[in-house]
Design a protein around this ligand. Structure first.
Ligand SMILES: *Cc1c(COP(=O)(O)O)cnc(C)c1O
Length: 454
């Protein structure tokens, strides 16, 4: 043994030498030199400790291939553009609502230069962050005023912390819901120091239930949109206008509307922000991205006196968004009020684009008839919006002799330009509903490359 081991090559390459290799330049650019250096270090350590290395040395191991593979695994964790072929338009795992390119481009100057975020240009004095946001949201929703925070979870928190701390908040048992990862209405209530008073049942809550639960300790009624599920069958919801009318003046009616549906035409069954205001809600909050189509943010609109209180809450300092959010939201709202195409959120644009989607799917099948079949598929708006509204769209199913669905789907997820598909009944579904024109060209090329190498 000893005589043999003396001929084994235990000399692993030097990190500096590895960093100069052609194969690693892409990763140095993409991930940074310090990160690639650490990845090399880690891989060399892991090789050094392996039995394979101890017994046979470097020659049995493809050291560079293993380093490159470690880099590519890290590359996948980097935030990158992906193609959404899932058929879910507002996809929580895929960044929710993409921002319209025209809106994004229009705020470049504001963001790469200085701007009047907190300056009154007319007087030269310090101003508030709000700009014309209150006016824009007033025009869109009919509410007196509005305040912007970082996300809609913050909206709910701020409303409760400022207006219901130590007091009672009435919530329907049908609306004590969880929205996405860990945002539960009862937990948020507890965190803000408000006391939850439950009324009604899971399926039925009436205006009387709310009114009868009022005590001298009641500060607020909180209604929460059931965004990600529906209850069907024997159900009843309160007449909100009736609740508002019968409420004593000092009790606030707050609605977490969630999606930000305003002047879109994509759902008949969904209640828009302006409707809640018309019925007499004092505050309505919603996400700035979902259906609205802006950057992720939280928007609270409603009575001026209440908005002013929220704005003065010390927590506002931690919830206030940056100029990036303000500029994008402002640009979007102006386009939305003018009913320009760029003012539509991704959900509305996708629904409007369905004829085009069907044509694209047919073209794709014509290109690769051996592998693709045209499919009518359900389109889901998603992101905790419009759970009652079903649309049909088009996509293709992919079948390759001898390749299982997981293998195909995983190959399409590889870099560059990962394509995210779904698998149903052992079939890979490539849903075109949310695949725009740019994405379509990439998808077509990627499929071509994949089928070529089969
Ligand atoms: C999405 C949603 C939220 C959370 O909004 P974020 O912007 O993700 O914080 C809260 N309430 C409702 C009803 C929602 O639909």
């Amino acid at each position: 043994m000893t005589s043999l081991s003396s001929t084994i090559n235990y000399r692993l390459p030097q990190i500096e030498k590895v960093l100069q290799l052609h194969e690693l330049q892409f990763y140095i650019n993409s991930l940074s030199r310090p990160i690639v250096t650490r990845l090399i270090q880690k891989e060399l350590d892991s090789i050094r400790q392996s039995d394979e290395f101890k017994q046979q040395g470097c020659d049995a191991i493809n050291v560079i291939e293993r380093i490159v593979s470690r880099c590519s695994q890290t590359q996948y964790k980097k935030l990158q553009r992906v193609i959404n072929a899932t058929g879910t338009v507002i996809h929580t795992n895929l960044g929710r609502s993409p921002i319209n390119a025209e809106i994004w481009d229009s705020v470049r100057g504001i963001n790469i230069g200085y701007n009047n975020l907190e300056l009154q240009i007319s007087s030269g004095k310090r101003g508030g962050r709000k700009g014309i946001m209150g006016e824009l949201l007033q025009a869109l929703t009919g509410a007196e005023d509005a305040v912007i925070v970082n996300n809609n979870a913050s909206s709910v928190y701020l409303i409760l912390a400022e207006l219901a701390k130590g007091k009672e908040v009435i919530v329907s048992r049908g609306e004590q819901i969880q929205i996405g990862g860990g945002f539960r209405i009862p937990d948020i209530l507890a965190l803000t120091g408000a006391k939850m008073v439950e009324v009604g049942s899971t399926n039925i809550t009436t205006a009387d239930d709310y009114i009868n639960a009022i005590t001298p300790e009641t500060a607020l009624i909180l209604m929460v949109h059931q965004s990600n599920f529906t209850i069907q069958g024997f159900t009843e919801k309160p007449d909100i206008a009736d609740v508002a009318k019968r409420l004593p003046a000092h009790i606030i009616l707050a609605v977490d509307q969630g999606s930000g549906l305003s002047n879109e035409t994509l759902s008949q069954s969904e209640i828009c922000i302006a409707q809640y205001i018309k019925w007499g809600a004092d505050l309505v909050c919603f996400s700035g991205d979902k259906i609205l189509g802006g950057p992720q943010s939280g928007i609270i609109c409603g009575r001026h006196a209440l908005i002013a209180l929220l704005e003065k809450n010390p927590m506002m300092r931690t919830f206030r968004p940056s100029r990036i959010i303000y500029s994008l939201l402002e640009a979007l709202l102006i386009k939305k009020l003018n009913k320009a195409n760029s003012g539509k959120g991704i959900a509305q644009r996708t629904i409007d684009d369905q004829q085009n989607i069907h044509d694209k799917a047919k073209r794709l099948v014509a290109l690769f008839p051996q592998y693709l079949t045209l499919k009518s598929l359900p389109l889901v708006i998603g992101g905790g919006t419009l759970p009652n509204t079903q649309y049909v769209s088009t996509g293709v199913s992919i079948k390759c002799e001898g390749h299982c669905a997981e293998a195909i789907s995983s190959a399409l997820r590889q870099a560059p330009n990962p394509i995210i598909t779904t698998i149903k009944n052992a079939e890979v579904l490539c849903h075109l509903a949310a695949v725009n024109d740019d994405d379509y060209l990439i998808l077509q090329q990627k499929l071509q490359l994949y089928f070529q190498q089969l």
